[in-house]
Design a protein around this ligand. Structure first.
Ligand SMILES: [Zn+2]
Length: 66
């Protein structure tokens, strides 16, 4: 997976809908690998003046360690 190297910002997904890390707007999932092992999703901010893109990964492993 090269996707994680294309983006500087990687967030852990949680139960809340993803929101833009810069402006807080809702995001659109433009690339969904949520069925993969690490649950990678690439989000794009719906605010056209922002356009921030970031990656989220599910924290299954983190939860499994608790
Ligand atoms: Zn934004």
């Amino acid at each position: 997976m090269d996707s994680q190297t294309l983006f500087n910002q990687i967030y852990l997904a949680n139960d809340q809908p993803a929101t833009c890390g810069k402006c807080g707007s809702r995001t659109n999932i433009i690339f969904d690998l949520s069925h993969s092992n690490d649950g990678t999703q690439i989000h794009e901010c719906l605010n056209e003046t922002c356009g921030y893109m970031f990656v989220t990964i599910e924290d299954k492993e983190f939860q499994g360690q608790l």
